[in-house]
Design a protein around this ligand. Structure first.
Ligand SMILES: Nc1nc2c(ncn2[C@@H]2O[C@H](COP(=O)(O)OP(=O)(O)OP(=O)(O)O)[C@@H](O)[C@H]2O)c(=O)[nH]1
Ligand SMILES: [Mg+2]
Length: 381
């Protein structure tokens, strides 16, 4: 996937449909004087619905979508005719998408499963026609309800990839190479920093038909939390991973020091990342002899570690065993529980975007004429 096509943050004006007004109408037929009220109810306005869809893995299809509006309900008519219900707008999003109110930062909802649907905004209910207000004392009500209004707000959609294991390391550490040898993913690999510019996901098969998802994100450098290198904006994609796998090359000057720098950058971005289970893969061990390897082992961070080499395929089974053991442990917050885990309602990092839009921000206002409903364009891209 081309790098420019990775979009994990969009802001869209969303509006549900308003309810159609009820009709105040009286039956008028020849030879039937005082026909009585026959105004029908207005139709409900359409909802804005989010639907998890595994055919999408970024928010690219929403990239140019400035407004999404559901249809208004139609007004009721005479002869007890109901107004037509306004059509819903269903927005397909990749699993792992979170919706926030753009102004307050308030958390709205979270889509984690394929097919999962959440009503983001309810359409206004249609008003009741005057037929409904006929009583024994008021045989000819001239009153009908207006439809309920629509809801509108600017919504931020943010994708946080759902992976079990996230790779953390300096540029050139061998993260993408590792992903490429344990999964079918084909990330770009090269001997220079910042080869990886957007996250890559791979499915790692493990023993008897078990599998887990590994996320390779761009390398992090010292000062990333102050914007150095690619900054920390891609760290959102490891926020929901159960496990963090630090990848540090065996020929690093000081593995422990590098580990501490990485950990510090993570914590600067989000202190909660420190609570995640951590493992260490010391990569490129083909560059070392056994003696040096032993020397290195004497001074390593106090977390479970494995020596690996993607060139000689050393340590890969051991690494997978270790990952699987940790993933199956009770301490791990499984992705299934992500929803319950969502206690803080206000989002921290509203400003962080992985894709900076070059569009004119003034164009952000909803159109004056918001009565006609725009075409749903995500499907025909
Ligand atoms: N000798 C040796 N070289 C390796 C090994 N793994 C990766 N490399 C080399 O290290 C270089 C960087 O590998 P990448 O996988 O692109 O590193 P990365 O961590 O994804 O780097 P960024 O995407 O820039 O963050 C490449 O030239 C790889 O061929 C290994 O096990 N042994
Ligand atoms: Mg890479």
């Amino acid at each position: 996937m081309a790098e420019a096509n990775f979009v994990d943050y969009v802001k869209i004006y969303c509006r549900s449909g308003k309810g159609g007004r009820g009709s105040s109408h009286f039956r008028r037929e020849k030879y039937i004087p005082k026909g009585g009220p026959d105004g029908g109810d207005g139709g409900d306005g359409g909802d804005i619905i989010l639907r998890g869809d595994r055919n999408y893995w970024t928010l690219l299809h929403l990239r140019f979508q400035r407004h999404i509006r559901a249809e208004h309900g139609e007004p009721g008519g005479g002869q007890k005719r109901y107004g037509k219900k306004g059509e819903d707008q269903i927005i397909p999003v990749p699993c792992g998408t979170i919706a926030y109110d753009a102004e307050t930062g308030e958390y709205i909802c979270d889509i984690t499963d394929h097919g999962e649907e959440v009503v983001l905004m309810k359409g206004g209910r249609g008003g009741l026609g005057n037929t409904r207000f006929k009583t024994s004392t008021n045989q000819a009500p001239r009153y009908a309800q207006p439809g309920e209004p629509y809801e509108e707000r600017y919504v931020i959609f943010e994708l946080k990839l759902l992976a079990d294991v996230g790779l953390v390391g300096f540029p050139n550490a061998g993260k993408s190479t590792l992903l490429s040898v344990v999964s079918a993913a084909k990330p770009k690999i090269a001997n220079y920093p910042f080869t990886t510019l957007v996250p890559n996901l791979g499915i790692v098969n493990y023993r008897d038909f078990k599998s887990f998802v590994m996320a390779d994100i761009p390398g992090i450098i010292e000062g990333a939390s102050e914007g150095k290198g690619l900054g920390t904006r891609f760290l959102r994609h490891i926020e929901r991973n159960s496990l963090l796998l630090f990848v540090i090359p065996a020929d690093a000057d000081d593995i422990k020091a590098e580990y501490n720098i990485l950990l510090n950058e993570l914590v600067q971005y989000n202190p909660e990342l420190a609570d995640k289970k951590r493992l260490l893969a010391i990569s490129k061990t083909d560059l070392l002899d056994d003696e040096l390897q032993e020397e290195i082992s004497k001074d390593l961070p106090d977390i479970p570690y494995v020596f690996i080499s993607a060139v000689t395929n050393t340590g890969l089974t051991e690494l997978k065993d270790l990952i699987w053991k940790e993933l199956s442990s009770d301490e791990i917050v499984q992705l299934k529980e992500v929803k319950q885990e969502r206690d803080s309602l206000v989002h921290r990092n509203l400003d962080i975007q992985s894709v900076v839009f070059d569009d004119d921000e003034d164009d952000d206002q909803p159109d004056e004429d918001d009565t006609d409903d725009e075409e749903n364009s995500f499907y025909d891209e």
